[in-house]
Design a protein around this ligand. Structure first.
Ligand code: NAD
Ligand code: FES
Length: 274
């Protein structure tokens, strides 16, 4: 069992959980993720590790209330325990001194970007973060991202904070202004698709961190299958990060929606129980 030692809210539907997991805290690197099971019958939720405190033996996860399992996780309080936290899983982010790197983050995708921006900064890169959200209240981790960025460009879809526009508008303005050597993008699949199309146009090498459905997290079940450069890859063992220009995002989005009807039904069932 893994105890929750701290809980705070970024917005009513997005929160930060600090969970006791000393071995994972020690072993994790930027880009790694864990699979969490709230209880014996819970779904397996893949969550990128947003941070770790080796002294406290804890990892930090940022969770968005979406389906039944993530809602159950978000409803837990300090002192409560989750049944399983498995990890660190996946391949760590490949970090090197690229030069100028744009970190294009959308919404909750800002959380997994935080340790990557930190590692890129430590490796001597000039880090420009484009931090996008639908509206001001959904902008998360701005202060923390500023610590590891030379510049933060905030974009909101409705213009309620920072500049008005999608993440792609922010990324394009940076690329048009200066030479960008590398881009990392994390956010909803549709966003990563359009960031990828944009950086392809400007020939900026780009990696995307993919958030597919996962079951076992060990390459056995095939739930996380994606097509990259015409080849089948498993996000849990070959990723989660891939060359964005090679990812078939349309297929990924189709597979992400495969259980939408069942998810909706389960959500309605959960609401009826309340
Ligand atoms: P959101 O829908 O609020 O979008 C965040 C930002 O993405 C927007 O503000 C906009 O700037 C950009 N965006 C959206 N659609 C775009 C488009 N068509 N073109 C260009 N830019 C676009 O995001 P959210 O609600 O915070 O995130 C929800 C989704 O993100 C979930 O599906 C979740 O699974 C996923 N997610 C992914 C990761 C990952 O590792 N890739 C991590 C956390 C969450
Ligand atoms: Fe089963 Fe990746 S989650 S193969």
């Amino acid at each position: 069992m893994y105890r929750i030692v701290d809980k705070s809210y970024f917005s009513p539907n997005v929160l930060r959980l600090e969970i006791e997991a000393p071995l994972i805290a020690k072993a994790r690197k930027a880009g790694h993720f864990v699979i969490v099971r709230v209880d014996e019958r819970g779904e397996r939720i893949p969550l990128t590790i947003a941070g770790a405190d080796v002294q406290r033996g804890t990892i930090t996860l940022v969770v968005q209330k979406m389906g039944v399992s993530s809602t159950k996780l978000c409803n837990l309080n300090v002192g409560d325990e989750v049944t399983d936290v498995v990890g660190p899983l996946g391949k760590a982010t490949h970090i090197e001194r690229f030069g100028t790197v744009v970190c294009a983050c959308g919404g909750v995708g800002t959380a997994p970007m935080l340790p990557i921006a930190e590692a890129l900064k430590q490796a001597g890169n000039r880090v420009i973060t484009v931090l996008a959200a639908r509206t001001k209240d959904l902008v998360i981790l701005e202060e923390q991202m500023r610590q590891f960025s030379d510049e933060v460009v905030v974009m909101t879809d409705d213009g309620s904070y920072g500049q008005k526009g999608l993440v792609t508008a922010g990324v394009e303005s940076v690329i048009q202004r200066e030479k960008v050597d590398f881009c990392v993008t994390i956010g909803p699949a549709i966003m990563m698709k359009f960031v990828s199309l944009l950086t392809k146009k400007y020939e900026v090498p780009t990696i995307a961190s993919l958030n597919t459905i996962m079951v076992d997290g060990t390459g056995m079940c095939g739930a996380c299958r994606v097509t990259v450069g015409g080849q089948t890859k498993f996000v849990c063992v070959d990723g989660p990060e891939f060359d964005a220009h090679q990812v078939d995002f349309d297929e990924m989005m189709m597979r992400l929606g495969a259980y939408r009807a069942e998810e909706q039904e389960a959500k309605e069932h959960l609401l009826e129980q309340k």
